[in-house]
Design a protein around this ligand. Structure first.
Ligand SMILES: [Zn+2]
Length: 98
């Protein structure tokens, strides 16, 4: 995160901050001259996923290779769902198995 794009929400009452934390809001808060970051714990979101997992699920949802983000066009004949890896990475994985 770049410092320049941080928007600090000035709060006068600590209750406001506590209420925001309880409702799952994130961001930078200014309180009594101090800056407080309210964010995901260890970079995790509300579902407990870290950034790596978020990328993984984001790509899976969009039908992209989870390793490189390339569009996956082939479906798994057994499940009828798109493969989670592109041709190249699927081949690499197959070779590792052998
Ligand atoms: Zn790939």
């Amino acid at each position: 995160m770049k410092k320049s794009c941080i928007k600090i929400k000035e709060i006068k009452n600590i209750r406001t901050l506590i209420n925001d934390i309880k409702s799952g809001k994130i961001g930078w808060y200014g309180y009594q001259g101090k800056t407080i970051l309210v964010g995901y714990r260890k970079g995790r979101d509300e579902e407990g996923r870290d950034s790596k997992q978020r990328t993984y699920w984001d790509r899976r949802k969009k039908g992209l290779c989870v390793k490189c983000g390339k569009k996956v066009s082939k479906k798994n004949p057994q499940t009828g769902k798109l493969y989670r890896l592109c041709d190249r990475h699927r081949k690499e994985l197959d070779q590792k198995k052998i």
